[in-house]
Structures are given as C-alpha cells and as structure tokens.
Design a protein around this ligand. Sequence first.
Ligand code: GLU
Ligand code: ZN
Length: 334
Amino acid sequence: MAVRTRFAPSPTGFIHVGNLRSAIFTYLIAKKDQGTFVLRIEDTDQERYVEGAVDTIYYTLDSCGLIWDEGPDKGGEYGPYIQSERMDMYKKYALELVEKGEAYKCFCTEERLAGLREKGYAKYDGHCLHLSEDDITANEKAEIPYVIRQKVPQTGSTSFTCQVYGEITIENKEIEDQIILKSDGYPTYNFANVIDDHHMKITHVVRGNEYLTSTPKYTLLYNAFGWDEPTYVHLPHVVKEGGKKLSKREGDAYYTDFIKKGYLPDAIVNFLAMLGWSPSNNQEIFTLAELEKEFSIDRINKSPAIFDIKKLNWVNAHYIKALPLDELKELCMP
Ligand code: GLU
Ligand code: ZN
C-alpha cells in the first residue's frame, strides 16, 4: 500500500520547532517510500484561530523544502483539506454513531457538568446515556442544545500499537465518554482526526507523544465504524537540557525566532531531523534529499529529544561556510 502521511497543524500562530520536527518526520516517512505528504489545516477550534496563520504554515513548510503533495492550495483527491470545510461530514458520522448505539446526545448544562467536577468526578458520569427515547424527543422539541458523546465501554481495555512506543493498553473505565460533536456543530479534534485520517486514506499517523493517551479513544472510534486503523508513530518530546520547555519568552519556541536570529532553514531542518532520530552511521550533516533516503521509523527514539543550541550553532556554521559568497553577502544585508 502506498504510504500517505499528513501534517495537520492548527492555524494558531507561528510554528513551534517541536511541531516543525513532527512535520519533518512526517514528510520523511512518506518520501522514504515515494509516498504522499498531505497538508491538512485543523481549524475547528475557532477561538484559537489566528488570522494569517495559514500563510505562516505555507511559508514555513515551503522554506524548509517540505513540499506537500495535497493540501488546501493544491487540492487532491481527498479534499477539502481544511476542516471547517468538512463540517457536513463530521455531523453525518457523529449521527451515524448515535444510530449504531456507539454515541449519544448529551443535554447536560454547563452548571451540571461544573457540579460534577466540584464533586470530584474525573469524567462525565454518563447521565444522558440513560435518557429514555421520550426524554430525548422532548429535549429536542424544546430545542435544548446538546453535544454528542462517544459511548465508551465500561469494562475491558483497549490496546493499540505504536511503532515507537510499542503496545499500549488502557482500561476502558479510565476513558471518558468524550464529546465528539460540540453544540455548535463543530467536531472536537479527537473526532475530526479519525474521520479525516480515514477518508484521506492516511496510512501512517505521525504526531507528538502527547497523543498517546488519547489514542485508545481513536481505536474505539475506528472499531465503532468498522474501519482499519492507521499505523501510529508517536514522537518523543523536544525539550531543552534539564527537561525545560522551549519557550516563547526565551525566543526559542518558533521557527521564525530562529530565522530572525540568522539560522538558515537547511540548517534548522538538518538539526531538527536529528531530534529523536539517529542515522545508522555517525553522519551529522544531511541534505533533505539524503534524509529522504536514510530515514527509518525504527531509528526513532523514545526518550525526550534534547534541543542542544550548541549543536544547532555548529550545524548552522557548517551551512553558512558552505554558502557561495554572493549568497552569503545577500543574506548579510539588513
Ligand atoms: N492539530 C493537531 C495539532 O496541531 C494535530 C495533531 C495530529 O497530528 O493529529 O497538534
Ligand atoms: Zn448529559
């Protein structure tokens, strides 16, 4: 089966270097197998939407040479590639799960949910799962707003396999009946990613390991629909020495921070490709084309990847020295 991967950023501002590292790995996993690299814009969280952020995403990927084969601006067989343009689909599939008894409408008010939290409930108590048909019809007639929740089994456990972290099992009783469709008709990320990855025929889902704990919910959704799951590849966190986060305040969080400081895109890509992955030999300088050949999932590391600025400086110096003089002069101009 031809490999298809996707980078699925949310248009919330500049691209974090950790996220760019994910984009690089996602791109390489596709290109290693002459596969397809898809760009999907995940804009269902309207509150976090930032004007101009989609252009920032294009600019970042473009300048790094991570050229996408399908995407909002390029089209493709499985579009639209912007989630806000796929709304009908999410609603249709959420209702299909309700039909199948794998999801249910929840009419609980914000006050009721806040009350549960106050009482110490770690998750939704399943109240609306037990509504009678008559109650549901009455609520709908009265136009009480509702969300749709996934119905998670209360017994047993759910397992999935990640190519990096191995088999992971979570007890179902720890999984919440999560919201899949909000009262405004927007899907949650947790639902939309499953619908889209399936319909876009994504073979390898590559993303940060912060998604490991939600993946059993996706497994349950794939099962509920009777769809095959993609191969999962979760990537280790990118942190500074001592485990500290890269931060906006310290000016080391975003791709553009580094560009402003004079780092070259090729150097950044080369450096980020080594964060959580190592080649089979000791080579440290790679062009993107070389990485496309050399990259392999089984050399991705589980432990946190250390963002070592000294190493980046060293890699960057290498690329600067290799620049033709006139290009260097051009870059030095204010
Ligand atoms: N929109 C999500 C993010 O930016 C995508 C995660 C994923 O790759 O599924 O974190
Ligand atoms: Zn409810």
